[in-house]
Design a protein around this ligand. Sequence first.
Ligand SMILES: [Zn+2]
Length: 76
Amino acid sequence: MSTERPVAADVRAALLDPLRMTSEQTSQLQGEACARCGRMDGLSPGGYAYTSSGKGGRLAHPVRVCRDHRSTGGTQ
Ligand SMILES: [Zn+2]
């Protein structure tokens, strides 16, 4: 029943390694695609995703979500 693509994961759910991100995750991190499902239309601000800084810290990146995931909040 689900129409979501199985390859997409919520980029807000995990600390991302910037050296191991897929091109889709990169698009999500840059706000070009929904942080949850990877759609690229109807986007609005959807919180933050984090990448490892390489020194034990992490960097926050503002991400966007599509209209289907705008109301879900968090990473649910
Ligand atoms: Zn979405």
